[in-house]
Write a protein that binds this ligand. Structure first.
Ligand code: NAD
Ligand code: DAU
Length: 338
């Protein structure tokens, strides 16, 4: 089979490509625009692999997407391509609508024209909004109503609704997965865990939003990749599957864990102005994917954080190149006045 992976030069998409090349016999085509978040260095180890091909372009570009489908004739399409950072969506929402909504619709049309056997949409738990801190008994299930907070989550929810519309109206064989926060190798250093690792290593202040009490439900990226693989091959058509490993942590505790792992002092922690509309708590109920597909996460949080910290220590060139470039302006814009 041939799998088209969009957004495969980003964090989760690249880990998914490595997972598929190691665990399946399928051919993989990566389609990626190479925005600030896409990085060819991440894919360097697979560029000469005969089962792998790379196409640079935009999922929202009709002619480009058609040409890729004509050339490669994929059986399965897995859509990771997205603008993915909440803070950037607050600063500049329009590109989130273009890529996340119109780009997804363009892929759906191409899948319809070319009769793909499965379109899988990589969605997020953020489409459910947030949960209160004082109700630890509540979790997101697949039936939780969509209730978004940021332009990012609104654009992802809009894409999910389009995917479901193509299933119902055109009988396109689709599936959707909604995962909690990922962490692991090749995570862009604007996101909490890699940001804190890279700044702590440079003995720079660690910007914790608000009081650091917001809770995220962390999953090691390889566990997410294994779950997507199962859903796209064996998940029921038209269905949504939540993915998460019951790994809830307050942001401040995540930051302290990283500091302990690196042997750095907690005095680096700096509380800064909160993110507008900041979701309080995410927590996934993964019962459905466990019951129907037998999926369970393999990597606990402490082990996952140790592996991640080690990866950032062993791969300094990868992230130091990033933070030495345009990222500097981004950091100044985003954090300068906070
Ligand atoms: P990322 O920002 O690291 O990577 C996104 C990739 O998409 C980059 O390679 C970028 O170049 C590419 N891209 C962006 N716009 C494009 C366009 N118009 N056309 C083609 N390629 C384009 O993102 P990530 O963290 O790897 O997230 C991947 C997917 O998983 C996203 O859809 C995101 O919503 C979802 N998700 C992420 C998390 C998480 O914790 N990171 C959790 C749940 C779901
Ligand atoms: O839940 C899944 C989502 O997780 C994905 O859909 C998104 O693509 C992904 O970016 C992530 O969104 P979050 O907003 O939860 O991730 P982020 O790493 O930006 O922030 C995690 C928490 O840490 C959040 O509560 C905000 C806080 N934070 C973040 C940054 C960047 C800080 O306190 N300081 C920071 O500098």
């Amino acid at each position: 089979m041939k799998i088209l992976v969009t957004g495969g030069a980003g964090f989760i998409g690249s880990n998914f490509i490595f997972y598929e090349l190691a665990n399946s016999e399928d051919d993989i085509v990566c389609l990626d625009k190479l925005t600030y978040a896409g990085n060819m260095k991440t894919l360097a180890s697979v560029m000469d692999e005969p089962r792998f091909a790379f196409e640079r372009g935009d999922i929202a570009d009709v002619d480009f997407v058609e040409s890729v489908f004509k050339k490669h004739r994929p059986d399965i399409v897995v859509n990771f391509a997205a603008e993915s950072h909440v803070d950037r969506s607050i600063e500049q929402p329009d590109v989130f609508l273009k890529t996340n909504v119109l780009g997804t619709q363009n892929l759906l049309e191409a899948c319809r024209r070319h009769g793909v056997t499965r379109f899988h949409q990589v969605s997020t738990d953020e489409v459910y909004g947030d949960l209160p801190l004082d109700r630890p008994d509540l979790f997101f299930t697949e039936e939780t109503p969509l209730h978004t907070s940021s332009p990012y989550s609104a654009s992802k929810a809009a894409a999910d609704l389009l995917v479901q519309a193509y299933s119902r109206t055109y009988r396109l064989p689709v599936s959707i997965s909604r995962c909690s926060n990922n962490y692991g190798p090749y995570h862009f250093p604007e996101k909490l865990i890699p940001l804190m690792i890279s700044r702590a290593l440079a003995d720079e202040p660690l910007p914790v939003y608000g009081k650091g009490e917001n809770v995220r439900d962390w999953l090691y990226v390889e566990d997410h990749c294994a779950a997507i693989d199962l859903v796209m091959r064996k998940g029921r058509e038209g269905e949504v599957y939540n993915i998460g490993g019951h790994n809830e942590r307050r942001n401040i505790d995540v930051v302290k864990t990283i500091l302990r792992e690196l042997g750095k002092p907690e005095t680096l922690i700096t509380y800064v102005t909160d993110r507008p509309g900041h979701d309080m708590r995410y927590a996934i109920d993964p019962t459905k994917i466990h019951r129907e597909l037998g999926w369970l996460p393999k990597t606990g949080f402490d082990e996952g954080v140790s592996r991640t910290v080690k990866w950032y220590l062993d791969n300094k060139a990868w992230w130091q190149d990033i933070i030495a470039g345009d990222y500097k302006d981004y950091y100044e814009r985003m954090y300068g006045g906070r």
